[in-house]
Design a protein around this ligand. Sequence first.
Ligand SMILES: NC(=O)c1ccc[n+]([C@@H]2O[C@H](COP(=O)([O-])OP(=O)(O)OC[C@H]3O[C@@H](n4cnc5c(N)ncnc54)[C@H](O)[C@@H]3O)[C@@H](O)[C@H]2O)c1
Length: 327
Amino acid sequence: MNILVTGGRGYIGSHACKLLARAGHKVVCIDDESYGRADVSAYAECHRISTRDSDKLTALLRDKSIDAVMHFAAYIFVGESVEKPDLYYENNVAGTLSLLAAMKAAEVKKIIFSSTCATYAELKNPEPLTELHAQDPISPYGRSKLMCEQIMRDYCATLGFSAVIFRYFNASGADPENEFGEDHVPETHLVPLAIRAALENRPDFVVNGSDFATADGTAVRDYIHVSDIARAHVLGIGFAFKNPGFHAFNLGNNRGYSILEVLKGIESVCGKKINFRFGPRREGDAAMLVGDNALARRLLGWSPELPDLSMILETAVAWEKRRKAQP
Ligand SMILES: NC(=O)c1ccc[n+]([C@@H]2O[C@H](COP(=O)([O-])OP(=O)(O)OC[C@H]3O[C@@H](n4cnc5c(N)ncnc54)[C@H](O)[C@@H]3O)[C@@H](O)[C@H]2O)c1
């Protein structure tokens, strides 16, 4: 099929471009290059276009006979979204509306959308979250993603769209062939930051919170390999064609690791100690966030191929070494 990938030069989108091309699809990537820098030209035809440019998108969708859209493009920094909510609603929500308008005009009605576990309401118990857990995000970033989900639900109900929504838990790791990896600027995610702390002998890595109600007092998260997320997207296309309407799936590993367990894993892969100290909790951080992935297993036939934390960390460390060596 002909697949349009938005945000295909970013962390997760680049992995998806590669796996889509490997699966035999023709991939067209649009990215405004506000953040993404991955060179996906071996896997996709690339255009520098914003999701907000509806007219250009309509022309592209028609010209390339696009069958389905995979929508990764968004701003992703939770903290920044608190400071600049207008920017997040404009880019993430208005950008999605503009993309959907182009799709409607070009009669392309299948969309696979990157959502997040940050749309879920705070957890009251440590059980893995199912897709039925209440949604009540606490940041403008999370709300922008939930708004997009709700808009797509309505497009499915009345405009004949099919939407497959993937709510990722903590996307981590890197392409096992070490071609792509995590490269956010600024980087805010635990795994790459802790790897840099280890490799560069940084003096004061801060672990936020040591008094959570977890076994070792640090926050527990569900780390899911980026290539497993990308594979789910490839499966999502077939699902969207066979199953009209709105379908949401968690993409997680069904198990959580504490921050201290992640740091220990990184120390073991790098063969170096991380000099860390405890800082205060960040506002809104839940003690435990783990996703139940049974629905994606059952309906998509998806299961993580790289579920072990050690595999996730090994690929992430290999990528970080390559990234550092690049000019
Ligand atoms: N990284 C995670 O752990 C995680 C977790 C849950 C959900 N997500 C979602 O997954 C998606 C991809 O995240 P990522 O980590 O790859 O982020 P990323 O910043 O690496 O990639 C996003 C890409 O979108 C592009 N972009 C942003 N706004 C655009 C616009 N208006 N038009 C065109 N291109 C635009 C950026 O240049 C970038 O290349 C996002 O929608 C994010 O909300 C990510």
